[in-house]
Design a protein. Structure first.
Lengths: 170, 206
């Protein structure tokens, strides 16, 4: 099966009642517009999307009447920093220092209204020590990353984010 | 997709990126695939000059990009110089089907942005140490194809190829790896077939 367009999202009304055949796409492959994938159900899917496409969690790649093939982001090693656990002026200072360090690692960042997620690019011990040294309350965990895109990567600076839940008054 | 298919070749200094290009060029030519090359170097046109002189391809089809500092910047953070080179090649050669883009030698974490390439290969070599696959750089983890080159040197430097095979299988579940000796050509046919299938046709007969 060849995928030349993303058909929609699994939550769209059009796909109600369909069986779902998930296909795991880790964060590192989410921006690859040409790749061969195998679904959990054993279907081979060939992705040939336009450059700049993003394989978001829930994106429908194939529909055959009965079943939809849907992108699923697997849980991967990450640093997670919930903002509610790090409040006050000094936490802002320390979080900025963390952001600077992550930027120097070229780490992509997923910043929602409630937390930061970023892939673990060091060993887990080093990451925990980093959080500890900065007195930040975060954790090393396995979570889905960039389910709907990155807020920032070292290569994109559009600041576009589907998970950005915060709006500024004009 | 409009324009030529763009294939990135990255990996550490001296692993065999230019040699892979030089080996692939005659195979693309034999297959009738219209090809051009872009090489990235820090501050010279060394690799481009080498490919131009090789006689393997029309020298007008080889362009150099000088990256200045960190080579990964030109293939990930800001690929504009490479995109401009692709643009020149596509204008110059109307039927262009494939552009091979060699990154400057970099570290194990170097990855290509999908804004620049459609498919990318990461080349490491056994002489740099059989522990490289366990070091899990992003380049090695995320490349569409990993080439472990210079297997002819493995016995000379005490590199354990079986260990490397096991380690890459763990590091790259579901992603292909090919072991090559690009000096004699071992593994080259497999690498070419894989690249043509996955980058050009993706298993679809065209
Ligand atoms: N023995 C052996 N030597 C090889 C092999 N592949 C490449 N070489 C040699 O390794 C050296 C480096 O190869 P290149 O192709 O220039 O490496 P590169 O990755 O392009 O290097 P940079 O662009 O400088 O990062 C050259 O002398 C090649 O002839 C191989 O499979 N076996
Ligand atoms: Mg080279």
């Amino acid at each position: 099966m060849e995928v030349t367009a993303i058909l929609g999202f699994v939550t769209d009304d059009a796909f109600a009642g369909r069986a779902v055949d998930p296909v795991d796409v880790p964060w590192g492959d989410a921006r690859k517009h040409r790749q061969a994938l195998r679904t959990a159900g054993g279907r081979d899917v060939v992705v040939r999307l336009p450059r700049g496409s993003f394989l978001a969690d829930g994106a429908v790649l194939v529909e055959d009447g009965a079943t939809v093939v849907v992108v699923r982001r697997p849980a991967e090693d990450a640093i997670v920093l919930p903002f509610a656990d790090n409040t006050g002026a000094d936490a802002v200072r320390r979080a900025l220092l963390l952001g600077y360090l992550l930027g120097n690692q070229h780490a992509p960042l997923e910043v929602s209204a409630t937390e930061l997620r970023t892939p673990l690019l060091t060993g887990p011990g080093t990451a925990r020590k980093l959080l500890e040294d900065l007195h930040l309350h975060g954790r090393v965990d396995t979570v889905a990353l960039a389910a709907h895109g990155w807020t920032n990567t070292s290569a994109d600076h559009h600041g576009q984010s589907a998970t950005h839940g915060h709006h500024h008054a004009p | 997709m409009t324009g030529a298919i763009r294939i990135g070749i990255g990996g550490p200094v001296g692993s065999g990126k230019t040699r892979l290009l030089e080996r692939l060029l005659p195979m693309f030519a034999t297959a009738g695939i219209d090809t051009a090359v872009i090489t990235n170097d820090l501050m010279t046109e060394e690799d481009a000059e080498r490919v131009r002189r090789s006689g393997l391809i029309d020298p007008a089809r080889v362009m150099a990009v000088e990256t200045g500092a960190c080579p990964h910047t030109a293939i990930r953070e800001d690929p504009s110089a490479n995109l401009a080179a692709i643009d020149v090649l596509e204008r110059r050669f109307a039927g262009l089907e494939v552009v091979l883009i060699e990154s400057g030698g970099d570290n194990l974490a170097a990855t290509f942005t999908s804004d620049l390439v459609d498919y990318w290969v990461f080349v490491i070599d056994t002489a740099a140490g059989d522990d490289i696959p366990r070091k899990k750089g992003l380049g090695l983890l995320q490349a569409d194809l990993l080439v472990v080159n210079k297997i002819d040197l493995a016995p000379l430097v005490g590199a354990d190829l079986d260990l490397m095979r096991r380690d890459v299988a763990v590091a790259r579940p579901g992603k292909p790896t090919i072991f090559t000796d690009l000096r004699s050509g071992v593994g080259l046919d497999e690498a070419f077939d894989r690249i043509v299938r996955d980058a050009l046709t993706l298993g679809v007969l065209t």
